[in-house]
Design a binder for this molecule. Structure first.
Ligand SMILES: Cc1cc2nc3c(=O)[nH]c(=O)nc-3n(C[C@H](O)[C@H](O)[C@H](O)COP(=O)(O)OP(=O)(O)OC[C@H]3O[C@@H](n4cnc5c(N)ncnc54)[C@H](O)[C@@H]3O)c2cc1C
Length: 314
């Protein structure tokens, strides 16, 4: 028999784990289904705008979120949600490994996924030289040659971090300048082991068993050349992937799940929070706050409006 949870939260990032703290404190049987624990916050080596904790690594901050959610009774189930359907009593979620879970209500908090380049070899070498996480994989490239693709803040931050570990770092950017602040750009230019490959796009990942290099094209001259590297870091931003719930909830043109100011989606019993929604200023503290709101709204829905939703009233 499939165990019926009061609430299943999809995603163990800041939004999902905060939601779990709130639903567990309201004594709702809560499970978090997630691919990883910590989400995008894990990717920042140094977070200093989460109030009350002082600066620390994103991984450490998320470990604290996890300890609190689990401490209040949340069950964490690892896996990728790929299927969702409405049932007589609520909802059923299917994971990629074939497991199924049922619940009375759902909180969608599964954030964003890294954008892909869509070039030959990218998918084939993912995890074998191609990575979307500098913080996670940089230590694998000590004294080796790598390249970073992208021109935004995470690409620049990643390049500077890699330059302290790798022998040489190429930064491939499609424009001839960066939008980041001058001090950061100066750091890039002054690092002896960073080479900027500007006005260029990547066209092919080259390799045998593992990555041997990347082919890049100068968008002005159309000349192509190969950069010999052992690792390729794709840092071109993130997109939401709401495909498996789109038949249940309304999404906007960016595929973000539309919610009201309390986290209600278009489907009664389904709530959403964090980066997966159109909430402005995607930040950890904002995702956490939105998670709290969605959880309280979920509690109100489950108790038919009878449960006290203000934490300080009990
Ligand atoms: C490099 C980088 C640096 C950043 N630095 C900062 C910073 O300094 N300060 C700050 O405030 N914010 C920062 N941010 C933004 C911040 O990390 C996000 O706004 C925040 O993580 C959003 O939280 P979330 O819970 O909504 O989503 P996420 O953190 O994206 O978490 C989503 C969770 O859902 C899981 N998931 C995804 N799809 C599925 C699925 N199909 N099934 C099951 N689970 C799934 C994921 O594994 C993940 O655990 C940074 C982001 C990045 C990428």
């Amino acid at each position: 028999m499939v165990l019926m949870h009061d609430v299943i939260i999809i995603g163990a990032g800041a939004a999902g784990m905060t939601a779990a703290i709130y639903t567990c404190r309201k004594k709702l049987r809560t499970a978090i289904l997630s691919i990883d624990v910590g989400g995008q916050t894990n990717l920042t080596s140094h977070i200093e705008n989460y109030p009350g904790t002082g600066p620390m690594s994103g991984i450490e901050l998320m470990r604290r979120f996890q300890d609190e959610a689990v401490g209040f009774g949340a069950e964490i189930i690892m896996g990728k949600a790929v299927k969702s359907e409405k049932t007589e009593d609520g909802f059923r979620i299917g994971l990629a490994n074939g497991e199924e879970y049922e619940c009375k209500s759902l909180i969608l908090a599964y954030g964003k996924v890294p954008k892909s380049l869509g070039i030959e070899g990218e998918e084939r070498f993912m995890g074998r030289g191609v990575s979307t996480c500098v913080t996670c994989d940089a230590p694998l490239y000590k004294n080796r040659d790598v390249c970073v693709i992208g021109g935004g803040n995470s690409a620049i931050e990643g390049t500077l971090e890699l330059a302290t570990i790798a022998r040489k770092v190429y930064l491939v950017h499609r424009r001839d300048s960066f939008r980041a602040d001058e001090i950061t750009v100066e750091k890039l230019k002054n690092s002896p082991n960073i080479e900027l490959v500007l006005n260029s796009v990547s066209t092919k990942v080259i390799g045998g068993k593992n990555v041997d290099g990347i082919e890049v094209e100068d968008i002005v001259t159309k000349d192509r050349k190969e950069l010999k590297v052992d690792g390729i870091f794709i840092e071109i931003g993130y997109v939401v992937d709401t495909n498996f719930v789109q038949h249940l909830v309304k999404v906007n043109e960016k595929k973000e799940i539309i919610v009201d100011e309390r986290g209600n989606t278009s489907c009664p019993g389904i709530f959403a929070c964090g980066d997966i929604t159109p909430v402005p200023f995607k930040q950890t503290v904002i995702a956490a706050g939105e998670g709290a709101k969605a959880a309280l709204e979920c509690y109100k829905w489950i108790t038919g409006g009878k449960g006290a939703v203000l934490d300080w009233t009990h």
